[in-house]
Design a protein around this ligand. Sequence first.
Ligand SMILES: [Zn+2]
Length: 369
Amino acid sequence: MDAQLETTAEVQAAIRCIYCQQLNPLNCMTSVPVIPRYLGGAFAPSSYQLTRACRRCQAELTRRVDACFERAWSVSEALAQAAGRLAARHPHIHPPLRCLGRIALPIPGMRAEEIAEYWQGPEGEQLVLIRAADDATQRCAGPGPHADNRAYCFLEDRPGFQSGLATLRDGFRHAPPRKVLGGLAGLHSPHARGFCPPTATDRQALAYLHATLGRGDAPECQPYPHAPCETAFMSKLALGTGVALFGEKLLRTAHGQRLSHALWSGSDPTATLLTARPPVHQGHGRPSPFIGDSGAVSILIKPGKCLSLTLCINQALLWTIELASGKDLTAEDHLKIGHGRILNLFEPLRMGHEASLPEYLRRRIDNAR
Ligand SMILES: [Zn+2]
């Protein structure tokens, strides 16, 4: 009887994960922002917060989809440019490091199952990240959850190096590798600045990299492609946003099923979900500057025959995906979206704000006058 009661209680406590759509006990679920942290998701309003992902999906999709998108050349470049625009107006912001791609160097201590990436900062900072290269992370190019991931950081001893130190310290804030500082003789207490003391192997690696990178030029890099996982990433974003705004019924619609398939397979057999992807040519070859704020990651939800979600980074890089068919939504859902909603996120400033599209456009037009 007791066992039966326990089973009933467990079933009652089970919650469906929106990504794998399996029922999971409450303690296997986790609360995550619909929008990844590196895009500023932690600063979105509570209506974009999600509590229905199982830990397994959260770990796998973070690594395979979110990190893949973040590290794609065009995305990391656009995010760096966005942070650069904000840094011009807010001196306390340190523009992020940019990944130039993989490097093939015989770095001491590097194992056969590892790969190395070369990163640069705006003040001439250099960083070599060594990370595990299993099949999934090879595609996603993320720091990943491996404890052995390490980053060798270099900075020239010249005016302005404090700002560069902060950039190196803050790099990979959301999945930090072990960071070791080299090439800055005489710096006191690097440990207090977030760097680990080097092991004997680290010292050999630092000496090798210092001799190799010290010549000034970037090593030969094999860049990551544009955004190989854009379909999976946009499907995940649309699925999460749709369920956060309209509830689980979205998973049972034809759009929900197609988004779920595209999330896991990385492709959309109908080739109709993603209706815009970079490069987008409008006007002078850029998206309209009214799609989001300068320096922002903007998410626009717009009604039409289908409800669409547009992601725009720094008014430059733009993707649009279909989220739901108009007939899948209730009158209450339509009321919630009105003539459209726009969310502007500023991760480096740790802020975000949402507005109705008409209200937002009115403000932008007023400011332009
Ligand atoms: Zn799941």
